[in-house]
Design a protein around this ligand. Sequence first.
Ligand code: ZN
Length: 282
Amino acid sequence: MLGIDLGANKVLGVKVKKGKVTRRVKITLKSKTKDEIVSAIDSLIDQLGKGEKAVGIDIPGIHQKGKILKTPNLPSLNGFDLKKEIEKKWNKAVVVENDANCFAYGEAIRRKKKFLVGITIGSGLGGGIVIDGKIYHGKRDVGEFGHMTIFVNGRKCTCGNRGCWEMYVSEKGFKIESKRIFGRSLPPLEVFNLANQGNKKALLIFEKIGSYLGVGLANIANILNPEIIVIGGGISKSKKFLLPPALKEMRKRLMVSEPKIVVGRYDSAAYGAALLTKFFKV
Ligand SMILES: [Zn+2]
């Protein structure tokens, strides 16, 4: 099986045999033009796709029947019929799915869980829901966890609303908090490095963002009561600073049994995308 994870900065391909990842190839994106992204996909299919009749590709956005409708972090792909183009070029079936859905699905299979929520925290905040072992799609699109309101009159979000979770728990949240506390916007990695050196202001930022994370986790748990909530994306690297305040805040607000909160593997979206090809009869 072959899965490809289209990220904002990289394209990751994995080959899966008997449920295990046997090969990984990562291509870093520079210009993020459509041509660059498509040639990265082509290169991965060329390297990993021998003998495969289908390819699973996950995208950081929404699609309809494999045509990309909206990918805020890779705008050059908006309107691109990914499924049609790749199928035509490679004569392989292509399954397209949202990246957070694939992440949740990949984690559910790896952890043998039937009820799991995956959230991915990076430049934005996305989510995927697995119910009874299957990705939950609702009427069509779900998983806009980042736009769950956590402050009624909170920060203005890029979506036009106010107080969205993503404005507090994502790179945006780190930039806003660091601007307030340090006087300049810092990316999460820089705040992480400072916190590692014991910088009190950086630790305070993690304390705040961690507690905002906990508010959202409690909302998810109270509604869905999954067995486990898995956190992925770049920010999950700083779990030692983020999770303690998140768990503390979540516990204050929980009305249901506590779900396990863990950090997922970086290749789970690609892995989940690969596994989705098994539903394809070719
Ligand atoms: Zn929003």
